[in-house]
Unconditional design. Structure first.
Length: 82
């Protein structure tokens, strides 16, 4: 498949520089990024982010938290959490 992508001006130089560091053309560098992302499969989290699991302390029930979220919304057009 042949695919064209738009690279914003502010990314042109960093892309070319990083590709050159890797000894690749920008096209090959983008392909390697896509391959790496696809190889990871589903969503992955950094060890730092995963380390936050269980660190939230709150004595409220889940229903109370949901109610607080819904009451703090600025627009009523969003659906209620269920």
């Amino acid at each position: 498949m042949k695919l064209s992508i738009y690279v914003p001006k502010d990314l042109e130089e960093p892309l070319e520089a990083e590709a050159a560091k890797q000894g690749e053309s920008p096209s090959m560098f983008v392909q390697s990024l896509i391959r790496a992302r696809l190889a990871r499969g589903g969503r992955t989290f950094s060890a730092e982010f995963a380390g936050l699991a269980g660190s939230w302390e709150d004595d409220r029930s889940a229903d109370e938290i949901v109610r607080d979220i819904e009451e703090s919304r600025r627009t009523a057009r969003r659906p209620l959490l269920q």
